[in-house]
Design a protein around this ligand. Structure first.
Ligand SMILES: *[C@@H]1O[C@H](CO)[C@@H](O)[C@H](O)[C@H]1NC(C)=O
Ligand SMILES: *[C@@H]1O[C@H](CO)[C@@H](O)[C@H](O)[C@H]1NC(C)=O
Ligand SMILES: *[C@@H]1O[C@H](CO)[C@@H](O)[C@H](O)[C@H]1NC(C)=O
Length: 201
């Protein structure tokens, strides 16, 4: 009698326990599947696309090279294309630097801005060399470039950006853009070509 009583509760409890466990397992599984679907659907709706940077119309003015020190203004038109239909971009900082022969000769910081979805923004960018100290070799090369009427530079952009999707903003990330071998002319009449930039973030 005592034996049968003591064996019965476990026998009754075991199916109850296992079905409860099964229900919990199924709920967890269903939640995981739903979360996965939500992420997939969000991704498909947002369809994030790369930003596209191009640069054109480089001109050099106020070029003054004395005692291996350079003053000059470089003007470029940077075109930023955000092709995303649901993602806008906050640029919280935007630094542009020019390098010649791997030496940075000019630098500028642009105003922070917000780029709406599906937008093309053109940034008329002036980058100045102010009494930049150059090596003797570099000065010599730049004098030759001046005589040839154009100069070839690498334009680099470093920006702190956040993406915004709906009301949700991502964390900050650093955007690095390299526009290699951009030509800047000493006279603005020349038609300059468009250079596509490499981007990384
Ligand atoms: C550059 O400009 C600064 C101030 O405008 C001046 O003091 C300096 O001598 C200039 N340097 C050259 C190389 O012209
Ligand atoms: C892109 O956004 C800027 C700044 O909000 C705006 O001034 C410009 O008109 C927009 N351009 C296009 C093509 O939508
Ligand atoms: C930029 O280039 C276009 C032709 O490609 C020209 O019409 C325009 O005047 C140039 N702008 C500057 C500031 O040089």
């Amino acid at each position: 009698m005592a034996n049968s009583v003591s064996t019965q509760p476990p026998a009754a409890a075991t199916p109850g326990h296992s079905s409860l466990l099964r229900v919990i397992a199924m709920v967890i599984l269903a939640l995981i599947v739903l979360m996965g679907l939500a992420v997939l659907i969000t991704w498909l709706i947002i369809k994030p696309k790369q930003l596209v940077y191009t640069i054109e119309n480089g001109t050099v003015s106020n070029f003054n090279l004395n005692y291996n020190h350079l003053n000059a203004s470089f003007d470029f038109k940077i075109t930023v294309h955000n092709p995303n239909r649901r993602v806008s971009v906050y640029y919280d900082s935007f630094d542009v630097s020019l390098s010649y022969d791997d030496q940075t000769i000019a630098f500028n910081t642009l105003e922070p801005f917000h780029q709406p979805r599906r937008n093309v923004t053109q940034l008329e960018t002036k980058v100045e060399a102010r009494d930049a100290a150059l090596s003797g070799g570099l000065s010599k090369d730049l004098r030759h470039e001046k005589q040839s009427g154009k100069i070839q530079l690498d334009v680099r952009i470093k920006a702190r950006i956040r993406f915004k999707v709906g009301i949700w903003k991502t964390k900050h990330r650093t955007l690095r853009v390299l526009c290699p071998s951009v030509i800047a002319h000493f006279s603005s009449s020349k038609i300059s070509q468009r250079t596509y930039c490499d981007i990384d973030y």
